[in-house]
Ligand binder design. Structure first.
Ligand SMILES: *Cc1c(COP(=O)(O)O)cnc(C)c1O
Length: 405
């Protein structure tokens, strides 16, 4: 007979840690969207101006993308039924990869389930325990996880410090292992652009592999949103280009671009590719249609940058710290409002929400301690009226909390 002694909850340490977050004021509840991802939408029953999404070009609700998803669903059903290497490669998957490769001006492309799996799966497949990864300290978590999974030796350089990166490469110049230099194209928390030309030159000098994660640059920088490699005209010099289909592209997915052999290798060794089911046909068709929209509607990107310039100028004029002093200066539609203290940041975010503006507070460990912020992201579809209304609210709540004078 089983004893009736009460078993102590082995997960009680999680409750302790959650209580700790509540004490610190950085505990959060998920905000739930009731309608579409749009510049003005309804979260938790409240209509707000949305400054928090990565929907840079408004493609989440674009009629052509919506129609492409519906048509693919009617024709091909809702699921792919298997991982790519077993029975889950549909014609639409191959067509999307070929289209992205042409767009990016590379030989070949492989699509993963997300940008996260593209990074983690690629870094961990390319390198092993005798190899080295030279990585910017502010690179995305998916790169860090991929680096850890690879068991390669990880050398982290200070943010965008090319001299430091070179020191690290110099120290290991006689080591036989492969070396990979990796940087974000646009850094997701500060909105600054990576030092691609400098790092690419270093990769050439030291015989290292050059890899760029263009998640926040796809659809934003370069001709028709081709990303930072196009922005800096580094075609043919960056070995591994990662991008996402989940942000400006409006749907879901990640991709890796490079030589045919790189892509074939990832078909054989990229673990998320081998062990996780491929996209439903609707997602692949949506992304395919999005690339057409990038080519056909360049005015979206122009409007995104016009809104971005206006937004940064007005926020700065109000006296907010929008980066550039003890944090990197944003050069893209990501504009942080640096508050510093985590608790005050969360109060600011809550205050804004109550008055009709969604600006997500981001604190440690996502950003360094003492550099908590509201991260705002501009889109092409915000109207000037909406921006002015949001600025008004930011000013009022910011003054009330003593964030601006
Ligand atoms: C968002 C992001 C990713 C992950 O992309 P998903 O498609 O959302 O998984 C990877 N790298 C960077 C820099 C990102 O900002």
């Amino acid at each position: 007979m089983a004893s009736s002694t009460a078993r102590t909850n082995p997960l009680s340490y999680l409750t302790d840690q959650l209580n700790d977050l509540k004490q610190k004021g950085t505990y959060f509840k998920l905000r739930v969207l009731d309608d579409e991802q749009a510049p003005v939408c309804t979260f938790d029953g409240k209509k707000v101006i949305n400054l928090a999404s990565n929907n840079y070009l408004g493609l989440t609700t674009h009629p052509k993308l919506r129609e492409a998803a519906l048509e693919a669903t009617r024709k091909f059903g809702v699921g792919s039924g298997a991982v790519r290497t077993i029975a889950g490669t549909m014609k639409i998957h191959m067509e999307l990869e070929e289209k992205i490769a042409r767009f990016k001006n590379v030989e070949a492309c492989v699509v993963f389930q997300s940008g996260f799996t593209a990074n983690a799966g690629t870094v961990s497949a390319l390198l092993g325990k005798d190899d080295f990864i030279i990585s910017d300290e502010l690179n995305h978590a998916s790169i860090i996880d991929g680096a850890r999974l690879s068991r390669a030796k990880i050398k982290v350089f200070r943010h965008k410090d090319v001299a430091h990166a070179e020191d690290l490469l110099h120290e290991i110049r006689n080591e036989p292992g492969h070396k990979l230099i990796i940087t974000d194209g646009v850094f997701s928390m500060d909105g600054d652009i990576g030092i691609l030309p400098e790092l690419t030159a270093l990769a050439e000098k030291y015989g290292a592999i050059m890899m760029v994660d263009d998640a926040h640059s796809s659809g934003v920088l370069g001709r028709n949103g081709r990303g930072t490699i196009d922005h800096f005209n580094l075609h043919g010099r960056v070995d591994v280009q990662v991008g996402t289909l989940s942000k400006a592209i409006g749907a879901l997915g990640g991709y890796v671009c490079g030589t045919r052999d790189l892509i074939e290798f990832l078909y054989h060794r990229g673990r998320p590719f081998l062990f996780s089911t491929s996209h439903p046909p609707s997602v692949a068709a949506t992304c395919f249609a999005a690339l057409d929209v990038l080519e056909q509607e360049p005015e979206r990107i122009e409007k995104l940058w016009e809104n971005t310039r206006y937004w940064k100028k007005e926020l700065g004029d109000l006296g907010f710290n929008i980066g550039g002093v003890n944090t990197p200066a944003s050069e893209t539609p990501i504009t942080p409002i640096i508050v510093g203290d985590g608790r005050l940041t969360m109060e600011f975010s809550t205050g804004l929400f109550k008055e009709g503006v969604l600006g997500t507070g981001i604190a440690f460990p996502t950003v360094p301690e003492g550099k908590a912020r509201i991260r705002t992201i501009m889109t092409a579809t915000h109207t000037k009226d909406e921006l002015d209304q949001a600025l008004d609210t930011l000013k009022r709540v910011g003054k009330r909390l003593g964030i601006i004078g």
